[in-house]
Design a protein around this ligand. Structure first.
Ligand code: C2E
Ligand code: MG
Ligand code: MG
Length: 606
């Protein structure tokens, strides 16, 4: 082999030509010279020939296009590209070798002019291994990227994905002049399913939920799992708000159909909050916050529905945060108080018990209803100290009434699930009553069915039953509060040896006019009679209700008609053993209505 082309161009061969030839031959990477007019390789060094598997003579016989190619480019265009890229970026090509194998090569090119000839010098590097490693790295990177941006359980995009893509989606909506909807989904009572059926079942349920939501929306919409039982759906290209409510309704429907998980039928529903770009927010943070607020509103409205964000909701959320903050100081700064409402024998009107009801007198907002802060107290872990406060106060008040000469009746104290399951309630009641010299039988614990059964802890499902058994052993009475609106398996009434049932106010309200309420109340009274359980009707506000309950054989009554909750100092009158004078109450009630005072709560202003 030799520099025949050089020799033909410049003869005789000079000393420096021979030196150049030697350098060319021994160059450690592939080097070739191409005649750009004939598209023929005119020279190739040893490395280049070894890589191709051809001899120089063979190479000379071949056209450039038979040796090198690039996808979608014909040989002439490829040479044009090489000329164009000279001394700048390398050009990547496929090199076809003699044995038929193909290699990825990169060529760095330089134009050479020898006389009339237009030549192209190419330094050719084999990059097959590098490309392979790069492809592997890219694939790995893509896998990692997918992992980082997707939820492992459901395979849905996750919060990170949303953060990476939503700003772009918003930008697109802005350009197109369309709306974009953010739907914030939170499963209703998922924690209950997770706790009672175990995490594995919970996970399977979440997967089914993810599939159902995904199949409810269009391909271009995004369904994201934010974590836990929270999902976000992004609806793109929204032209009319009607589209959004239709989708939200479809999701509600799709999820409320029963799901079979591990052979068991589970029912879950979802609360959805909606925020629209650009009306309810311009950036991701604002849209997520507002859809979350709307979702809470959907929960407050009885779950299994959707709510569209409104600025009023934002005010309510701020109010909630304000409550949370000030509730922490309420305990220490003596803003909490306990009022009492009598429960009377329906025949004699004599007081048989006093129910202790928590009151929070906020320094600037006035009285705040327990419903407004009980949930927050539970979530923030304040329920146990607040419950202890009510118990202690009830025992102290009872002792004071007795010292003042009153005939004590049982004091009913409301106990939440957290208090029943987490604190050693029987032990603290035992200690407290012993300390104050009060018989435990003068205390009644009121439990709601929902609180006891819905919040059952999977790790200790019998916690409530055990706690009730210890209370009974101590002699404390047990009443089921708001009876009829919660759990429906009634066997526990017998097992727990409950003393009293309190028929929920919602059945008493329309008792006189609504036949189904009448049927429910009659059935509860009949059942309780057979089980030797006392029945108290709650929330009696009218004479006709009272009369009806008496006719139905309800034993006990509680409500504004008889007496409103009042501070301890006003309750000694109920311990005189005399019946409550209902005509007197009626006059007071009329007076209260006229003045708008009494056990009325001022609406908490944000
Ligand atoms: P509850 O135990 O069913 O208490 C009865 C509620 O109905 C009280 O509301 C009472 O003021 C109200 N009420 C009584 N008679 C009438 C009536 O004729 N008409 C109407 N419309 N309402 C009447 P309150 O004091 O707002 O308490 C609400 C709920 O908060 C209670 O329902 C109870 O579940 C809970 N709660 C109150 N105090 C405590 C407490 O110390 N600890 C716990 N865990 N929960 C408490
Ligand atoms: Mg109660
Ligand atoms: Mg009640």
């Amino acid at each position: 082999m030799g520099f025949w082309w050089l020799r033909r161009l410049r003869s005789p061969l000079t000393r420096s030509d021979a030196a150049h030839q030697a350098i060319f031959e021994q160059w450690p990477t592939g080097a070739m010279v191409l005649n750009t007019a004939t598209l023929q390789i005119v020279a190739a060094n040893a490395v280049a020939l070894r890589s191709l598997g051809y001899t120089l003579e063979e190479v000379r016989e071949l056209r450039f296009g038979e040796l090198f190619s690039a996808e979608g480019v014909d040989p002439r265009a490829l040479v044009g590209k090489l000329l164009d890229a000279t001394s700048r970026l390398p050009v990547e090509m496929r090199q076809r070798c003699k044995d038929g194998s193909q290699r990825n090569v990169e060529a760095n090119c330089h134009p050479l002019t020898l006389g009339e000839q237009q030549l192209l010098g190419m330094a050719v590097h084999d990059v097959t291994v590098r490309r392979k490693v790069e492809t592997q790295l890219l694939e790995r990177h893509q896998q990692l990227d997918h992992l980082a941006h997707h939820d492992q359980l459901t395979g849905l995009p996750n919060r990170l994905y949303l953060a990476a893509h939503l700003p772009g989606d918003l930008e697109e909506a802005k350009k197109a002049g369309s709306m974009l909807a953010v739907l914030f989904l939170d499963l209703d009572r998922f924690k209950h399913i997770n706790d009672s059926r175990g995490h594995e079942t919970g996970d399977k349920l979440l997967k089914t939920v993810a599939q159902r939501v995904r199949s409810t929306v269009r391909t271009q919409d995004v369904v994201v799992r934010m974590g836990g039982d929270e999902f976000v759906v992004i609806l793109k290209g929204v032209q009319q708000t009607g589209q959004v409510s239709e989708t939200a309704e479809r999701i509600n429907q799709a999820l409320s159909a029963p799901m079979v998980v591990d052979g068991r039928t589970l029912v879950t529903t979802v609360s959805i909050g909606v925020a629209l770009y650009p009306h309810d927010g311009l950036d991701m943070g604002e849209l997520l916050r507002h859809s979350d607020t709307a979702m809470y509103q959907a929960k407050d409205r009885g779950r299994n529905n959707f709510q569209v964000f409104s600025p009023v909701m934002d005010r309510r959320l701020k109010e909630r945060i304000a409550i949370e903050t000030s509730l922490r100081t309420a305990l220490q700064s003596q803003q909490l108080d306990v009022h009492y409402q009598p429960i009377v024998n329906i025949e004699s009107n004599c007081v048989v018990a006093l129910e202790a009801l928590l009151r929070w007198k906020h320094p600037s907002h006035g009285y705040v209803r327990p419903e407004r802060f009980m949930g927050i107290a539970e979530e923030t872990g304040l329920m146990v100290p607040i419950g202890d406060f009510v118990l202690q106060r009830a025992v102290e008040d009872a002792v004071r009434w007795r010292q003042a000469g009153g005939t004590l009746v049982p004091i009913a104290v409301n106990v939440s699930a957290v208090q029943l399951q987490r604190s050693n309630l029987a032990e603290s009641i035992s200690r407290l009553t012993r300390q104050h010299g009060l018989e435990p039988s003068l205390l009644q614990v009121e439990l709601t069915e929902g609180a006891v059964f819905e919040r059952r802890d999977a790790r200790n499902p019998d916690a409530s039953q055990d706690a009730v058994a210890s209370l009974r052993e101590l002699g404390v009475r047990i009443a089921i509060d708001d009876f009829g609106v919660g759990y429906s398996s009634l066997s526990y009434l017998k097992r727990w040896r409950v003393d009293a049932l309190k028929i929920d106010r919602s059945f008493v309200r329309d008792l006189v006019t609504d036949l189904s309420d009448l049927a429910i109340v009659s059935a509860i009274i009949a059942m309780a009679r057979h089980l030797h359980i006392e029945v108290v009707a709650e929330g009696i506000e009218g004479w006709q209700q009272l009369e009806k309950l008496r006719q139905l054989g309800c034993g006990f009554a509680q409500g504004y008609l008889i007496a409103r909750p009042a501070p301890a100092q006003d309750c000694a009158q109920y311990l005189s053993g005399k019946p409550v004078d209902l005509t007197q109450t009626l006059r007071t009630l009329e007076g209260l209505e006229a003045t708008g005072s009494g056990d009325q709560f001022r609406v908490l202003q944000a």
